[in-house]
Design a binder for this molecule. Structure first.
Ligand SMILES: Nc1ncnc2c1ncn2[C@@H]1O[C@H](COP(=O)(O)OP(=O)(O)O)[C@@H](O)[C@H]1O
Ligand SMILES: [Mg+2]
Length: 365
């Protein structure tokens, strides 16, 4: 009672509202919303209070909780009759990294990686990118795999990029800006790329492509822990790497080497996603753990990184990729798409946390 009581004949004021909101914590950042500068446009008219909450990512999985906590806190202020909350988001970026330069306008670049080919990196990268875009984030997808550039087929894009003023304009499908050597190299002969060429491919995709304003640039990495990973981490500051694994042992020992490699070059490992985690038989609804159980979680525990999500093996995911109709775009509300939405929320959450840790504390206005 006493804490928020006021002199104003029981009517709320900006100050009493802000005092109430400063008791609401961001559960991830462990600080209150007011000192995090997330509260904007507080207006008080009689008993009617309105304000904006600006989240650190459009994909925030805690949006509903934060809104409810704000409503509850302000609801306790004496004299408040009505609360209008406008939930918005502006993705944060990493603090200044003086030694390397990012891409102007692109807030967060992160890699989708694993040690091994065939574990579903590209499938995860495509559906994760689409899931982020579905939350309202501005998203780009860069295919850094010159050996098997299958992103164009997976996203259903065959349109070669336009060039204007020496800048490559990435085509956009389902709201996702995409670039791949598969869009540029139209000949039938496969390109044989050597290390330095991988480097120059990645460099060109980062520097010569007009990505515009992006909240997230998702980079689908080629298999292995070699040149591409090293090049990318040297060329731009990375928000982190998402590691894809199947529950199987062999895939895990591979992803181990990849995690160690990213740590060596000081790229934060955002967490582990377990792909092909289980199979639900469409005939009887029974669950089969084809590749074993819990491998991804154990790996995450061992390296003390978050376990981000579990994606089942499902024919709709495979055929969606083959047909250029990724599941998140084709059936956005199905349970498979929901697992990718959960992954998007978890990845965005980890990036926001890492960004907050990299930045000086905001000045309280
Ligand atoms: N969760 C899944 N369910 C069914 N098929 C999958 C799943 N993830 C990947 N696949 C299939 O496995 C194959 C390899 O996936 P891909 O994403 O190309 O792997 P990577 O990029 O790691 O080499 C593709 O044919 C893809 O459709
Ligand atoms: Mg791939």
């Amino acid at each position: 009672m006493g804490l928020f009581s006021k002199k104003n004949n029981g009517a709320p004021t900006r100050e009493t509202v802000l005092a109430a909101l400063s008791t609401v914590q961001d559960p991830d950042l462990h600080r209150d919303l007011v000192s995090l500068n997330m509260i904007k446009d507080v207006k008080v008219e009689g008993g009617v209070v309105s304000f904006t909450v600006e989240l650190t990512t459009p994909a925030c999985p805690l949006k509903a909780k934060i809104e409810a906590d704000c409503r509850e806190a302000v609801g306790r202020v004496e004299g408040v009759e009505k609360i209008d909350i406008n939930m918005t988001a502006s993705a944060t970026a990493r603090g200044a990294a003086p030694e390397t330069e990012g891409i102007p306008g692109v807030k967060n670049i992160f890699a989708v990686s694993s040690g091994k080919g065939g574990v579903g990196k590209s499938t995860v990268a495509v559906n994760l990118a689409l899931a982020l875009a579905k939350t309202g984030a501005k998203v780009g997808l860069m295919d850094a795999d010159p050996y098997g550039p299958n992103i164009p087929q997976m996203v259903g894009c065959s349109e070669p990029p336009q060039v204007a003023n020496n800048r490559v304009i990435p085509p956009s499908v389902n709201g996702l800006k995409t670039i791949s050597v598969g869009l540029i190299d139209t000949g039938d002969t496969p390109v044989v790329w050597r290390g330095p060429m991988v480097h120059s491919l990645i460099q060109q995709f980062l520097r010569d492509v007009d990505w515009g304003e992006l909240d997230y640039l998702v980079v689908d990495m080629p298999p292995g822990t070699g040149d591409a990973q090293l090049s990318l981490s040297k060329l731009v500051p990375l928000a982190g790497a998402v590691m894809v694994t199947t529950p199987q042992q062999v895939s895990q020992s591979d992803v181990r080497r990849a995690i160690q490699m990213f740590r060596k070059v000081e790229v934060p490992v955002l967490g582990v996603v377990e792909n092909m985690a289980y199979f639900i038989c469409p005939d009887n609804g029974k669950r089969y753990n084809i590749f074993g159980e819990g491998g991804g979680e154990r790996l995450a525990e061992e390296y003390e990184v978050p376990f981000l999500a579990r994606v089942p093996i499902d024919q709709r995911i495979a055929s969606g990729g083959d047909a250029g109709q990724p599941i998140v775009a084709a059936e956005p509300d199905c349970e498979l798409s929901q697992s990718f939405m959960a992954l998007a929320g978890a990845v965005a959450q980890q990036i926001s946390i890492a960004n907050a840790a990299s930045q000086p504390l905001p000045v309280i206005q």
